[in-house]
Design a protein around this ligand. Sequence first.
Ligand code: ADP
Ligand code: MG
Length: 250
Amino acid sequence: MLLTINQLTKQFGGLSAVNDVSAVIEESKITAIIGPNGAGKSTFFNLISGFHQPTSGRIELSGQDITNMRAEHVARLGVGRTFQTTHLFEQATVLDNVMIGHRLRTKAGLFDAIFRTKRERDEKKKCLDKALEALEFVGLTSLAYEQAHSITQEQQKRVAFALALATDPKLVLLDEPAAGVNPDETEGLSEVMKKMVKHGKTVCLIEHKMPMVMSLADHILVLNHGELIADGTPKDIQKNERVIEAYLGG
Ligand code: ADP
Ligand code: MG
């Protein structure tokens, strides 16, 4: 198992945003996390990636306990992620966005994103190469020097993918990669996710667009009110009564 989650709970005050969830994420597969708004999906990602510390439970990455590790440390161990809303530096180029993001994800703070010494300039070169490679991977090479505000929503999602990929993760967490994207354009994003798997990555996405989830995912986890209510193949999930009720019952 690439990731093993054991009885994970996150409480915010009296609210259990994630409640006693146990699950595994298999290597080289696409796992989708679905569930109504407020189900705890993003919190689940925040726990895995070290942005939040769990109230209880355990998280293992390739057998290593990462439960209370800080986000930069988890990133360095091979977990990349995107956020539900993409915040790009609008006046900066697409390439600079990926480079800055790369630095922020691997180092402690913004101060480190400024390159001063010779060693830092060498680092910058490495960072540039990584960023260009990531942009090529997501099909954005031709837009590298465009300003971020001038690209489409779908292209912004690809930039977010490139940001997540620039740290060479083995596990990529994508929070609603197709949200706000025109339905005709989601296929291209699905293709990039499949390509990630072909290149040895494991993908876990949170997504509301069901046709996309059902055609893309090998495995689906369903959260509702913080609890894991179903876990199985797309086929299993589509006929699961608790899932149908969670969606239709409101
Ligand atoms: P989802 O991504 O499934 O829509 P979230 O994980 O964002 O759900 O939120 C789950 C629940 O936890 C919601 O009730 C939300 O209001 C709450 N929540 C999320 N983050 C915080 C936080 N930082 N502080 C307090 N409550 C939070
Ligand atoms: Mg969310």
